[in-house]
Ligand binder design. Structure first.
Ligand code: PGA
Length: 256
């Protein structure tokens, strides 16, 4: 059975002090939902404070990106070694980094390899634009992203990787993909992974949905057989909403 994972992607929100106050306010409320893996991904500068505040809890911390080089002249970037011991997860290939920072499929693959080499667990994000969706190109576009991201990644690393399917047109827009559609695309991602790695590995992989997930639609997503949780932006910034999402995920999978 795959453990659902709810990860809050805070994007460029909350100062370090606000981030620490937020996790201190919710950590006890999240504690009972042990069957769901709970993750918060604050901005880099808040990571030490948040990691410290969450010590001794089961809530994991993630970074929002990582560079693939070990060190060097890469102004503004963060190397994987800098995250070691600080975070468990790192989001790689989020559509906003692909769009605003020119992160390509090839770079995603390099980042995934670098993260794994440093013991970090990648959350690989993929998803199509509205234009591609309306032209009926979703499956082939996502397949290309997935095959590129997993190039030369051995099956032995797959237990440490999570995939997040996030249609770009659903991110921050309030226009979420229907649960059936999300399940269908996530199922097709599992078929691609099965083709590369075989059924056992593919069936064990956790694949999240992301894009305007909120407490009001959480149960619909979690009731789908292929959806193993959510990568959440906006709703993860509010204390009550984030706790509700985790509680609902716990209940929906019959784990409460
Ligand atoms: P959203 O963002 O929940 O605000 O749509 C999701 C994401 O970008 O990870």
């Amino acid at each position: 059975m795959r453990t659902p994972i709810i990860a809050g992607n805070w994007k460029m929100n909350k100062t370090p002090a606000e981030a620490v106050a937020f996790v201190n306010a919710i950590k006890d409320n999240l504690a009972p939902y042990t069957a769901v893996e709970r993750v918060v991904c604050p901005p880099y500068v808040a990571l030490p404070g948040v990691a410290d505040a969450l010590k001794g809890t089961e809530i994991a911390v993630g970074a929002q990106d990582v560079h693939w080089e070990e060190d060097g002249a890469f102004t503004s970037q963060i190397a994987p070694a800098m995250l070691e011991g600080l975070v468990k997860y790192v989001i790689i290939g989020h559509s906003e980094t692909r769009a605003y920072q020119g992160v390509s499929d090839e770079m995603v693959n390099k980042k995934v390899k670098a993260a794994l080499a440093h013991g970090l667990h990648p959350i690989i994000a993929c998803g199509e634009s509205l234009e591609i969706n309306e032209a009926g190109g979703t499956r082939s576009f996502v397949e290309k992203q997935i095959r590129a991201a997993f190039a030369d990644i051995p099956a032995s690393d797959l237990a440490n990787i999570v995939v997040a399917y996030e249609p770009i047109w659903a991110i921050g827009t309030g226009k979420s993909a229907s649960a059936e559609l999300a399940n269908e695309i996530i199922g097709s991602i599992r078929v691609i992974l099965e083709d590369i790695y075989g059924a056992d590995v593919a069936n064990a992989m956790r694949i999240q949905y992301g894009g305007s997930v909120k407490p009001a639609n959480m149960v619909e997503y979690m009731s789908q057989p292929h959806i193993d949780g959510a990568l959440v932006g906006g709703a993860s910034l509010k204390e009550d909403a984030f706790v509700d999402l985790v509680r609902l995920a716990n209940e929906a999978k019959g784990l409460s």
